[in-house]
Design a protein around this ligand. Structure first.
Ligand SMILES: [Zn+2]
Length: 126
């Protein structure tokens, strides 16, 4: 297996304030900006990864804290996939991913990415 080594991330990852708590239970209680939530759906929300491997690295997270994906109710699973498709489209439109699937790294901060994704969802930004 090949390993992806991104040494430029090391200082950021080791120097950032570590958050404790549960992404399922605690992150949705924070403000959108504090948690870097870009969209809140009925069953799932979309959150920027604080330690992204590349620009636009988001996670679609159900509000329900379950131990297995197969336990997720159908409505929540459907919304999760719809939001995942929407984020895939957004990443392509934002030029984070090319049409041939290569990932591009754009020099922008998490706050800028957060603002851009929220605008794509029609939510006011900063
Ligand atoms: Zn939890």
């Amino acid at each position: 297996m090949d390993h992806l080594w991104t040494p430029w991330r090391y200082a950021y990852v080791t120097g950032a304030d570590q958050k404790s708590g549960c992404i399922f239970c605690d992150a949705p209680k924070e403000s959108d900006q504090e948690a870097r939530i870009v969209h809140r759906g009925a069953h799932c929300y979309v959150i920027l990864n604080t330690y992204p491997y590349t620009n636009g690295h988001v996670m679609v997270v159900p509000y329900a804290h379950l131990d297995e994906l197969q336990n997720l109710p159908v409505d929540a699973a459907h919304e999760m996939m719809v939001l995942t498709q929407r984020m895939e489209r957004w990443a392509a439109d934002a030029n984070f991913v090319s049409v041939i699937g290569e990932t591009r790294v754009l020099p922008e901060t998490l706050d800028v990415t957060w603002d851009r994704i929220r605008k794509a969802f029609g939510i006011g930004g900063l």
